[in-house]
Design a protein around this ligand. Structure first.
Ligand code: F6P
Length: 320
């Protein structure tokens, strides 16, 4: 049976990563498996920035955003020579398996390490909800709550001033944060890569909301990378009865104390990762499907096409 495992966080951080680190560490220690924290993702792995974790070290972190292990992106990990250094660092310490908490880029590294003889299990840690094998990623629920809180506040001031608030949210080409926020906030318009961005059509809709629906405000939620929201706000002021104001929520969405849902999801997924490693299984990622925690081969997970969210888009349209 596996005796020593490592855990690392990689890519953009997400609230709930700490809860996942805690779960992996405590479940493993309670099963007499030693746990090593690998700092700053694959970079720390290659450099040997690795230390044992204790139950106390992961105490008082379940409610903290960010990651106590630090995170980084290391594109060079694609290089076999770089990965060999990582494997050497693990072998030197007798670490036989690793739990990788991150997004799809991190999963690719986990799969490559598994193919080199180090069993790895991926946990979906990203606010973007862009891993198709799982219904929800760790951090998505918290980021969504952050967006909803901000948009609720923007609605207040937009109503007072007869304004159109254009809010850019993250998602890295996945529209889930935008469409879920659009429904939860009662937005007037949502723009994602699935809907596309047709400027003239948007302006026409905003004129209707002003003139026909006599709205005091209009809330437009736009996924990042779709358009320049500041330029669009100027066009709204020039071409509709609303004055336009743009807000880019940015990295605020990545911080904050994780919601109870994210803490519980991270704890369940951390437990599953350790159970898989205890059974000598690697190259899999933990997912939640229809409220059940399951394991999916990483290779398969990376090839599942992203859900179109048509049903959510339809619901949104029916609520406007
Ligand atoms: O993947 C998480 C994410 O926050 C994306 O939503 C965003 O596009 C990207 O990371 C931002 O990356 P960085 O923190 O490197 O600017």
């Amino acid at each position: 049976m596996v005796k020593r495992i490592g855990v690392l966080t990689s890519g953009g951080d997400a609230p709930g990563m700490n809860a996942a680190i805690r779960a992996v560490t405590r479940v493993a220690l309670n099963s007499n498996i030693e746990v090593f924290g690998i700092y700053d993702g694959y970079k720390g792995l290659v450099e040997g920035n690795i230390e044992p974790l204790t139950k106390a070290r992961v105490g008082d972190i379940i409610d903290r955003g960010g990651t106590i292990l630090g995170s980084a992106r290391l594109p060079e990990f694609k290089d076999i020579e770089v990965r060999k250094k990582a494997v050497d660092q693990l072998k030197k310490r007798g670490i036989e398996a690793v739990v990788v908490i991150g997004g799809d880029g991190s999963y690719r590294g986990a799969l490559a390490l598994t193919e080199m003889g180090i069993n790895c299990i991926g946990l979906p840690g990203t606010i973007d909800n862009d891993i198709a094998s799982t219904d929800f990623t760790i951090g998505f629920d918290t980021a969504l709550s952050t967006i909803v809180e901000a948009v609720d506040k923007l609605r207040d001031t937009s109503s007072s001033h007869h304004r159109c608030s254009i809010i850019e949210v993250m998602g890295n080409r996945c529209g889930d944060l935008a469409i879920y926020a659009g429904i939860a906030c009662g937005a007037e318009i949502v723009v994602t890569s699935a809907t596309g961005f047709e400027e003239e059509q948007m302006l026409e809709r905003l004129r209707d909301l002003d003139v026909i629906r006599k709205k005091r405000h209009a809330i437009v939620i736009i996924s990042e990378k779709m358009t320049d929201v500041h330029q669009f706000a100027k066009k709204v002021s020039l071409n509709t009865g609303f004055s336009g104001r743009a807000t880019v929520l940015g990295h605020v969405q990545r911080g904050g104390s994780p919601t109870p849902n994210d803490r519980v999801l991270a704890s369940k997924m951390g437990e599953k990762a350790v159970d898989l490693l205890m059974h000598g299984i690697g190259g899999q990622c933990v997912s939640i499907k229809n409220n059940e925690i399951i394991a999916v081969p990483i290779e398969e997970a990376l090839n599942i096409p992203r859900a179109s969210r048509k049903e959510l888009q339809n619901l949104f349209e029916r609520l406007v």
